[in-house]
Ligand binder design. Structure first.
Ligand SMILES: Nc1ncnc2c1ncn2[C@@H]1O[C@H](COP(=O)(O)OP(=O)(O)OP(=O)(O)O)[C@@H](O)[C@H]1O
Ligand SMILES: Nc1ncnc2c1ncn2[C@@H]1O[C@H](COP(=O)(O)OP(=O)(O)OP(=O)(O)O)[C@@H](O)[C@H]1O
Length: 562
């Protein structure tokens, strides 16, 4: 159904091809997973299926891509729209209309489907993806995960024969991700839809894949095969595979269920071992330097920070916080304190209020009732230039933070804004994700690269309170491990870190505490191991395999067995 014949893509101005020797076929009615490290060219391959690469992105494509027999060199994206539905990594760039219902209907309208068919499919899709309550909502008011579901819904309604999805679950909570994948599997099984999808969180998708196409490293030829076979040699693999490799299980398990069946001997070996604590030690913290005074030209009149007479004991302090966003009660009576050196993971279903809470901590939304403090400042009454030294947010959409034309200019501006030594931001970036070049436009970076750039910009100011909204989108396991290492180091230095995340594996690895939100309220707040293990959706794979003891990560098991 989809056929790549010796395809290479070279972007304009690049020194060599981004992908080369791509040669594989996706048969009709199969779900094929495209896996590989960050920036290896997965989005480029996916874009070539619907003709977006190179027709929209520029660059040259050699070799041949055919979809349902149509050659993408001679068929423009719009001439493929009746067969291929594509969801890119950024749902916002995808939307054409203003409201949820209109967006779901748009693709069908352009194909000229009959009104009664459109109506039926919109209703079906609203139900299938749990969007009924949001049907009349302006898209601009949706949470990240809600947007992603609408973007997926909008390509499902025209019933294309081929679906191409780039990280379709990156903003979804674990339960929503399962729902979306179940919908895709039903389309594959019942309608014979062909699906090609890229995803970094292999633990979410590998069990649904008929085959895996692995791009092992930039420019290397892809490897195609059954999931277990490819996972045995892949540089990226989910935690159950990591556990299987460590324990020497063959064939490798791909699901928690497979792994549990094999795990009894491992559980016995671990029975008398202590579970190593990998969260950063917050004891004996050196004090962070006080925020430096800033030159008066940056102070806005009437906006000098409201500082308390005594230093604040908490890096973040939220009391009885209620936030209304138009008609939505996004937060209700929320209480939260975060101490220096502490890492807190905010978790909960899509729309639970995580981003709203982070926004309140950087003053982007005002409390309707209650109070918010970031260190000694009241965020929504503090000028941005003063706030930047107290609290930094890496937003869910990293683009919101990036303005310059090149990576180098972005980094230089970050150094200046933070009064940091020239080169600080650039060094951080290279440490987190090697291989990003100075003269690239941030727009042309891969999703993972862009997020890492935004993170480096924020980290340059070394704010005592660091907030990260879904920081692992687009990151492979190695980049995630590097991020975890950097955040651990910052926590050990006394930075307080709050991350809103659906990535249960990251939370397990990093967080001292997990705070669970549901419909704007805090429903659990406690040590990470207790909160995540108690919840079937939020427990990491290793915890599920080795329950009832609270092992959370492969690294803990490795250390205990060493
Ligand atoms: N339009 C473009 N112009 C120039 N270079 C580009 C363009 N799009 C992507 N690139 C470069 O091509 C490489 C591969 O990017 P791509 O987005 O395909 O990777 P990816 O595997 O999908 O990454 P991620 O997992 O982070 O999403 C990156 O180095 C990126 O900077
Ligand atoms: N500008 C806005 N106007 C109206 N409602 C909004 C606005 N922004 C967010 N909301 C609503 O507030 C609620 C909380 O949204 P928020 O973005 O805080 O959720 P979240 O937990 O971060 O979700 P996700 O996991 O999907 O990112 C959601 O129901 C959302 O639709």
């Amino acid at each position: 159904m989809i056929r790549f014949e010796n395809v290479s893509v070279t972007y304009d101005g690049a020194t060599g091809p981004t992908v080369r020797g791509i040669d594989f076929e996706v048969p009709e009615g199969e779900l094929v997973l495209l896996a590989g490290p960050s920036g290896v060219g997965k989005s480029t391959v996916l874009g070539a299926v619907g003709g977006l690469v190179p027709h929209f992105t520029g660059g040259t494509l050699s070799g041949r891509v055919t979809v349902a027999g149509r050659d993408t060199r001679t068929h423009k994206p719009r001439e493929l729209a009746d067969v291929v539905g594509t969801v890119g990594q950024d749902p916002l760039s995808h939307f054409v209309t203003d409201t949820v219902e209109d967006e779901l209907a748009y693709g069908m309208e352009s194909l000229g489907l009959a009104p009664d068919v459109m109506r039926r499919r919109v209703e079906e899709t609203l139900d299938l993806l749990g969007l009924s309550d949001l049907r009349a909502r302006p898209i601009a008011t949706l949470s990240g995960g809600q947007r992603q579901r609408v973007a997926i819904g909008s390509v499902l309604t025209p019933h294309p024969e081929v679906l191409v999805l780039d990280e379709p679950t990156s903003a979804l909570d674990p339960a929503a991700a399962e729902e979306v994948l179940a919908v895709l599997q039903r389309l594959v099984h019942d309608l014979g839809t062909t699906v090609l999808l890229a995803e970094h969180r292999l633990e979410r998708v590998i069990q649904y894949a008929d085959q895996v196409v692995l791009l092992p490293s930039p420019g290397a030829a892809p490897l195609l095969g059954p999931p277990a076979k490819v996972m045995a040699v892949s540089p990226v693999y989910p935690p159950v595979v990591g556990l299987g490799r460590l324990a020497g299980w063959s064939p490798l398990p791909l699901t928690v269920r497979d792994a549990r069946r094999r795990a009894a001997p491992l559980r016995d070996r671990l029975a008398d071992r202590e579970i190593p604590d990998h969260t950063p030690r917050a004891a004996a913290l050196p004090p962070l330097p006080a925020p430096r005074p800033v030159s008066s030209r940056w102070r806005r009149r009437g906006k000098s920070p409201e500082t308390a007479a005594t230093p604040a004991p908490y890096a973040a302090e939220v009391r009885s916080l209620t936030v209304r966003r138009e008609r939505v009660q996004a937060l209700r009576d929320v209480a939260l304190t975060v101490s220096p050196g502490e890492t807190v993971a905010l978790m909960g279903r899509n729309g639970a209020g995580k981003s709203t809470l982070l926004s309140a901590l950087v003053g982007l939304v005002e409390p309707s009732a209650g109070s918010v403090r970031a260190g000694d400042a009241v965020p929504h009454r503090t000028a941005p230039r003063d706030l930047v030294r107290r609290v930094g947010l890496v937003p869910q959409e990293p683009r919101d933070l990036l303005y310059a034309d090149t990576v180098a200019a972005e980094c230089a501006a970050a150094d200046r804004d933070a009064d940091a030594a020239p080169g600080t931001c650039r060094t951080l970036l290279t440490e987190l994700l090697p291989g990003v070049t100075d003269d690239t436009h941030p727009r042309d970076l891969s999703e993972g690269q862009r997020l890492t750039l935004a993170l480096s910009v924020v980290l340059t100011a070394r704010p005592p309170l660091l907030l990260l909204d879904e920081p692992t989108r687009g990151l492979d396991y190695a980049a995630k491990a590097r991020l975890a290492g950097i955040l651990r180091g910052l926590a050990a230095e006394g930075h307080a870190i709050v991350l809103a995340t659906h990535d249960v594996e990251l939370a397990a690895e990093l967080a001292h505490r997990v705070v669970l939100l549901a419909e704007g309220e805090v429903i659990a707040d406690g040590p990470a191991a207790d909160v995540v293990v108690a919840s079937p959706s939020f427990a990491p794979q290793v915890a599920k395999v080795l329950a009832p003891r609270k092992w959370l990560t492969v690294a803990q098991v490795r250390e205990a067995l060493a």
